[in-house]
Structures are given as structure tokens and as C-alpha cells.
Design a protein around this ligand. Structure first.
Ligand SMILES: [Zn+2]
Ligand SMILES: [Zn+2]
Length: 265
């Protein structure tokens, strides 16, 4: 079973103390106005990051403490997805940030500006940029953790399901474990069509009773599969996004943010 291991985090305040961190803070301000979080799938490949002063988003990331790809290596983007933040806004974060409302001095961070894009590479790392919350920037590694994670997750205790990955949480897991999950809703699509062709009517409730639920549906509908909107992966695939902790479900805003998540590259 794949799990997330948190590799590095930076708060907005810590970002401002780094040489090029202010450019990430500018981008974070832009996300604040959108209410959006962004997740990049990353792979670490041989090469060298370019000068962060003139380079791409990932070249800036590579200059931050704890986010360096390592000697002789560079980050490449394997996928990008974006949607509404799942983090609740705290009182202090409801005021507009002091910085600009557009990222990187007004530059559009569209195609190409993120860094080299190699869709065929395996995604080993995930980079999340958040509009608010204690960690503005989170770098997670995807690791294969064997069976132990499953067993922990199946112990049911009252009021302790994760709003992100839907696992039942023990108090211990809720405190200590990072969460690997899909932020997007699931669509039921024909196996030979793409996720983007599915309509809202076909959207499937994203609350599985257990991890076995989705595969049962797959078996019954021979030419239809469940696919996550966030990344286009099948319903039983390991998560494409990570958070530093599981987030116990609280009443209210559980599902709304999921509808906006889409795959951008
Ligand atoms: Zn996904
Ligand atoms: Zn979780």
C-alpha cells in the first residue's frame, strides 16, 4: 500500500526568509484569491536546476531549504492538478494577504512556467502549494509501506473518519500519519473515453464504505470504470495528493471542495 512520507514543509513566514521564497509567497497570494490549492506530481531526474532568478517555478522550489532535488538532479513535473482548498480558513487567514493578487509579478504561470514536463515519468514526489494553513508548501514522498497501513485504517472508532482519504482513524493515526488521497470526485465513465467527457450527472458519490467498494462496481459494469477527476486514475489507485495529517470529518464543508478539482496537465 502506498503511503505519503512528508519530506519538507515551509510556512509562509519561513518562505519570506528565503532568498527566492517571496516569489512563492506571491503565488500563494494568487491562490488565496482563488481559494485554490495546487498539487504537482514530481519526479527526480539527472540534471541541474536553472538559476531561480530567471528559471521556472520548480527552479525556485529547488532553491528552498529542504526542497533541493539533490546534487546532480532536477525536478520534473509529471502532472498538475488544482482545485478548492480542503483546509478550513482560520480567522487570521480571512483577511486578504498584503501581497499582489497575481503570481510572480503578474506573469502567467501557465504551460511551461512550472518547469520541465514529462508525463511518462513515474511520480515519486508530490508538491502541494496551499493558499492558507500552517504549511504553505509541502513536499511528500510516495513510499510503499506494505500492509501495516491497511490494518491501522480498518479499526473503527467513533467520529474519526478522514475527510480526505475516508479511512477510519484511530487517535494515533490521526495525530501522526500523513494522508495520501484523491481530492477530486469520482466519475463513472466508459472505459474507452476520457474522464473529461463524463457529465455531472454521472458523478459518483465519493464516499466509499470501504476500499473494496469501488472494485465491486468495476466488476459489475463491464465497460465502465470509476475514474478520479483530479488525476484521471482508476478508482482503486493510490492517492495523487498528500496532506501532512489526516483531517477528521467535521460537519459542513465536507464535499463541496471536491467538485472543483481537475487535472491541468
Ligand atoms: Zn487523483
Ligand atoms: Zn486521510
Amino acid at each position: 500500500m502506498a503511503q505519503a512520507r512528508i519530506f519538507a514543509t515551509l510556512s509562509t513566514r519561513a518562505l519570506k526568509e528565503q532568498i527566492y521564497g517571496h516569489r512563492i509567497v506571491e503565488y500563494q497570494n494568487y491562490l488565496w484569491y482563488q481559494g485554490h490549492a495546487v498539487c504537482l506530481g514530481l519526479a527526480r531526474v539527472p540534471g541541474r536546476p536553472r538559476d531561480p532568478a530567471t528559471g521556472s517555478f520548480l527552479d525556485i522550489i529547488s532553491s528552498l531549504a529542504g526542497f533541493e532535488p539533490g546534487s546532480g538532479h532536477t525536478w520534473v513535473v509529471t502532472e498538475r492538478h488544482e482545485g478548492s482548498s480542503w483546509r478550513p480558513k482560520q480567522a487570521v487567514e480571512k483577511k486578504a494577504p498584503p501581497g499582489p493578487a497575481s503570481p510572480m509579478g503578474g506573469q502567467d504561470l501557465g504551460d511551461g512556467a512550472w518547469g520541465y514536463y514529462r508525463p511518462e515519468r513515474q511520480t515519486d514526489f508530490l508538491l502541494m502549494v496551499h493558499p492558507w494553513g500552517s504549511n504553505a508548501l509541502v513536499l511528500a514522498q510516495i513510499v510503499n509501506a506494505g500492509k501495516t497501513g491497511d490494518q491501522k485504517g480498518q479499526r473503527i472508532e467513533r467520529g474519526s473518519q478522514c475527510a480526505l482519504c475516508f479511512r477510519s482513524l484511530t487517535a494515533h493515526a490521526a495525530d501522526d500519519e500523513p494522508c495520501l488521497f484523491h481530492p477530486g470526485a469520482k466519475d463513472l465513465i466508459d472505459s474507452d473515453s476520457s474522464a473529461s467527457e463524463a457529465s455531472d450527472d454521472e458523478m459518483v458519490d465519493s464516499y466509499p464504505d470501504s476500499s473494496a467498494g469501488s472494485s465491486e462496481i468495476d466488476d459489475d459494469a463491464h465497460d465502465e470504470v470509476l475514474v478520479y477527476r483530479c488525476c484521471g486514475r482508476r478508482g482503486d489507485a493510490a492517492g495523487c495528493t498528500a496532506e501532512t495529517r489526516h483531517m477528521p470529518i467535521q460537519s459542513g464543508r465536507v464535499r463541496e471542495w471536491r467538485r472543483s478539482w481537475i487535472r491541468c496537465t
